[in-house]
Every structure is written in C-alpha cells, then in structure tokens.
Design a protein around this ligand. Structure first.
Ligand SMILES: NC(=O)c1ccc[n+]([C@@H]2O[C@H](COP(=O)([O-])OP(=O)(O)OC[C@H]3O[C@@H](n4cnc5c(N)ncnc54)[C@H](OP(=O)(O)O)[C@@H]3O)[C@@H](O)[C@H]2O)c1
Length: 371
C-alpha cells in the first residue's frame, strides 16, 4: 500500500515517513470494526449493572491518540466505586481504567513519537473494559520484552500506586532501616508495596488474612501478622489479633515511621496507634469502607502526620509516569519483584469479576481477558 501511494505522489512533495504513517493508520482503522464488545454501565448499581454489549461504538482515533486493541483489562476497586455511583460519572460509560494490549491505529502525532502499530503497551484511561480503547500517546507505557501483557496491565494502577506509596507519599519521614506497617499484604496493591518497601530498605511488618498467608509469606516481610478471617468472609478480622501490641513488641516500643493502609474504616485506629513519633499515616484506600472523620487533635500524641494520596497526583506528567514505570519494569525484568495474577475472567463474565474482587477473595491482580 505504501509503495502504491508512493508511485502516485511524488516524494518531493510529501514527507515519506508522514505519508507512510498516515496510510498505515488508515489501513489499520479500516480493519477495526465500527462496533465492539464492551462492559457498559447505563445505570449505577450492583455488579450486574455492568452489562456486556456486543455493539458498542468503537472509539474513533483523534489527534494525539492511538487505538489499543486490548488483551487485558485490570479490575480495580475504583471501578466498583464508579459502577455503584460512589464516585459519580456521566452515564453511560464503559467500565475500567487500566488496560494492556497492542497498538491498532496511530495518529500522526503519536507516530511522530515513534509509536507503531503492533507495539505492546499498557495504560490507564477510562474505558478499558472493551475490545478497543482510545488512549492519548502521553499515557502509553511501552511494555519491554520479557514482561508479559498481563503483568504489565497489573502494574498500571496497583504497581504504580505501590511505587508512589513506598517512594514518595511518606514525604521522607521514614528512612532505610526504619519500620513500615502495611495492611493487607496478600492483596493486589500491597503485595507490590511490601516488596518495594523492602527494595527501599525499610523494615516491613505486613498484615494479612489466613487464607492469603501463602502469598504474603513470599514477599520478604520482616514480620507477618496473620489474622483470622471475618466469619463467612475472605478478608481479615482486624480484631482477631492485637496488632498494635504486636507492632510495639516487634519495633521495641518505637512504632512505625510509616503505615500504608488501603483497608480504611476497619484499620484507621490500628494504623494511627501503630505510628512512631513523627510517623506518617498514609491512608490510600477504603477496601472496608471510607475512613470516618476524626479530630486533628488526635495526632498530637505523637506529632503524627496524615496523608490521603491518589495516583494521579504522583504521575503528574509523562516524565513522572515513565520514570516510575521504568523502575518497576526494571525490577520485574531483574526478578526483584514477583507479581501474582490471581485470576483472569473472560469479559463476558464482567459482573463475576466485580463480585469476586468485592468479596475480598483475590490474592493478587484480577483481570479480564479480552478476545
Ligand atoms: N489512592 C490511590 O492511589 C489508590 C490506588 C489503588 C487502589 N486504591 C484503593 O486501595 C484499596 C485497596 O485496593 P487494592 O487494589 O489493593 O485491592 P485488593 O487487591 O482487593 O486488596 C485489598 C485487601 O483488602 C482486604 N479487604 C478486601 N475487602 C475487604 C473488606 N470488605 N473489609 C476488610 N478488608 C478487606 C483484603 O485483604 P485481607 O484478606 O488480608 O484482609 C484485600 O486483599 C481500595 O480501596 C482501592 O480503591 C487507592
């Protein structure tokens, strides 16, 4: 096709590479069907509000974008908050905000940055529970050889979150050799966080439920506190062990300079009470429910700090996004990080994927496999 066009248009009038890229985009767009399979929320509600549709309009390529043919989409708690309406969004919307696949069409602007059809990529933008997603080139993470697309997809939200939690959100109030408490290290984000905290030289106390102790015990935590499960559930009963007393024993009464807590409501008191003087409570999630309001005066006992961070504020520009991803992909290639992909549901079982995540059963990343 390119040589055919080159015969028609004198190359002195047209830059050959721009022409090739434009034609190549056109060719690939024409092979992308006008409608696609997608898991769509038209009305907020329980997991069944996520409905698989086979004729949802495929996104159109806009300047600066690429179209990714998704192979995997990550399932994250935030997707359930969007589905339920806890974090409101305009309806209808295609679920998800984490995906991985290959580039299927490239705008001229993206092509000029060296992005090519067929490149393996991962990304975080809305609308990943679908066969195709339009992604701004600035949001693309090229997946290096040796890193699988499932692992790369898992990295985009949970891996990058664990990275900023262990490198930046603590505001340097913890130093190598000091203690860090991380809750729920059998879960997705905190499996990564425990390993990364060790790579940063911190001493790590992890908590996990009994059913996830097999995974949690492989992460290199200096101390693992294994708790019973809430009867009938798959997650920790945070009252089954006196975590604060155990933390104080392990740290010789000092407490932890940083506590990384994605559990929320069930653990807020444990987290604050486990802090060392001038330690920081990093409350990054609400797997058990939102953290209730508490008086700032409560922090005076230890002159403690508190932060409630989010990933977007720690990937503010392309340079920050890529530098975090590069470090993670480097660790993965060197075998310093192990990521467990717990399950991959077919996209046709969209509701089941959400039900599974919300039940607290996952021992690592939960994905959709998209054909
Ligand atoms: N702020 C950010 O930048 C950011 C980024 C990513 C995620 N998040 C948030 O962080 C939280 C955790 O996300 P994740 O992706 O790590 O989830 P995950 O892989 O499911 O892990 C969360 C862990 O929480 C525990 N858990 C689950 N349901 C629970 C419940 N109902 N009550 C008590 N504990 C429960 C489980 O651990 P045990 O079995 O050991 O109890 C589970 O392994 C979510 O609220 C998510 O939205 C925030």
């Amino acid at each position: 096709m390119i040589s055919f066009a080159s015969r028609l248009v004198p190359t002195s009038f047209v830059r050959r590479d721009a022409l090739a890229s434009a034609l190549s985009s056109l060719r690939c767009m024409s092979s992308i069907p006008p409608t696609m399979k997608a898991a769509v929320v038209r009305e907020v509600g329980d997991a069944h509000a996520l409905k698989v549709e086979n004729d949802f309009p495929t996104p159109q390529l806009k300047p600066g974008q690429v179209i990714v043919k998704n192979e995997y989409a990550g399932i994250n708690f935030i997707d359930t908050y969007h589905r339920k309406g806890l974090y409101p969004r305009d309806l209808p919307f295609v679920g998800g905000q984490e995906g991985g696949g290959t580039v299927a069409a490239v705008s001229d602007e993206a092509a000029s940055q060296g992005i090519k059809i067929g490149d393996p990529v991962a990304y975080s933008v809305f609308g990943s529970y679908a066969q195709y997603t339009a992604v701004p080139a600035a949001k693309l993470l090229p997946v290096p050889e040796g890193v699988g697309l499932d692992v790369a997809t898992s990295c985009v939200v949970q891996g990058l979150t664990a990275h900023y939690l262990t490198s930046s959100a603590h505001a340097d109030l913890i130093k190598p050799g000091e203690w860090c408490l991380i809750h729920g290290v059998g879960g997705g984000t905190c499996q990564w966080a425990a390993q990364m905290a060790k790579l940063r030289g911190f001493r790590v106390i992890g908590t996990c439920s009994r059913g996830k102790a097999d995974v949690a015990s492989t992460l290199g935590c200096d101390e693992l506190i294994v708790l019973d499960e809430v009867p009938g559930a798959s997650y920790e009963d945070y009252e089954s062990v006196d975590i604060v007393t155990r933390v104080m024993e392990v740290t010789d009464g000092e407490g932890c300079k940083a506590v990384i807590d994605g559990i929320g409501k069930s653990t807020v008191d444990i987290s604050i009470n486990s802090l060392a003087h001038r330690g920081i409570f990093i409350s990054f999630g609400n797997a058990s429910g939102a953290v209730p309001a508490f008086p700032v005066l409560r922090l005076i006992g230890k002159s403690a700090y508190v932060t409630r961070p989010k990933l977007l504020d720690y990937t503010v520009d392309r340079a920050e996004l890529v530098s975090r991803a590069d470090e993670i992909f480097g660790w993965l290639k060197e075998g310093k990080l192990n990521v467990s992909v717990d399950r991959a549901f077919p996209l046709d079982q969209a509701a089941e994927g959400h039900i599974y995540l919300e039940a607290g059963k996952s021992k690592g990343k939960v994905l959709y496999k998209i054909d």
